[in-house]
Design a protein around this ligand. Sequence first.
Ligand code: GLY
Length: 404
Amino acid sequence: MKRLTVLSVLTALVLTACNGGQDKAYLNKAVKAAGEQLKYQAELFDTLNCYPRSFNGETYHKTKHADWTCGFFPGSLWLEYQLTGDEAFKDAALKYTARIEDATTRTGTHDLGFMTFCSFGKQYEVLGDSASAAVIVESARTLAQRFDPQVGLIRSWDFGEWNYPVIIDNMMNLEMLFWASEYTGDESLRQIAITHADNTLKNHFREDCSSYHVVSYNNDGSIESKGTYQGYSDESAWSRGQAWGLYGYTVCYRYTKDEKYLDHAQKIADFIMCNPAMPEDLVPVWDYNAPGTGNELCEAAKVDSCGLVGEPLAPARDASAAAIVASALIELSGYVDGEDGCEYLDYARRSIKSLCSDSYLAEPGTNGGFVLRHSTGAASLNSEIDVPINYADYYFLEAIHRLK
Ligand code: GLY
């Protein structure tokens, strides 16, 4: 609670210090549209005991509470409640959040932070209740079981050929560990988060501060391999991965005040904000080096040598990456004085304004009830390309909440 209040105060201070942002009409329009969409989905899924994950124009990709995305729909309902005060969103959020409770005992996934902290974490933010806190703490302890002290990292996946895969996305699960450590006074959870963040910082990043998606380790903590799963090629910069890294290290700084995390978050921000492949509307293609970005690592004709088989993929956008970056930059702007802080905020505002335009914000009654259009889940796996996705909506609403 205290942390979140400090974050809100910092955001408010930086919002006042930097120029611009007086025009709130587009934000209000987006909140209203999101409300209509979320109400539609909440009714549609009421009796289905699952969640809307994405929509291909005809059918839903529905998800149960074992999926990494299950926390985002309840989380969006909590955010909409915070933005509007409309009790209907609180009622729906309570109902959908409660369905996730048994995810907290799942030892087979590193995604518990996404699942639990985006749902029960938001519930706690609103209610401050000990029941939500207990679920978060239990979840954090379950996640901690995936930390191997020998390797010094939390294991990500249990599938595939890798010995001990760790993906950049895993930085997003540390927030729950830091939070649970503060809540319980259990220092070991914080130490796990710090060790994971330090080893990721050491091994996941290239000289230009872009990151690999997957780094796999040998049992003694040495590197087995570096590469990608959801990106265009092993040496490319998968757009959402860069967003997870930015958000993750910003959160690490929030909890530790260790300058190396702040410095690292700023370097990732530079990589994203100055990237030659960033389109004018600030919504990146799914990989900063994918064919069609103008920043290809390999020519389209040589696409096979870049690790992909078959036809070059269309340069689909990933609105989710833009929303995650915007939300992270708003927080980061509160930690950096002067011009840099204002630049982060200005960039975030421009991204959100772009996502609020007709190109991305869906007309209520369309888009399967999702708020944003044009996200990409895993183009490299030919999955969820250029579709609405629930985590884009979640981070979009979080960014608006932080701005407002
Ligand atoms: N954590 C999986 C993804 O970002 O697609």
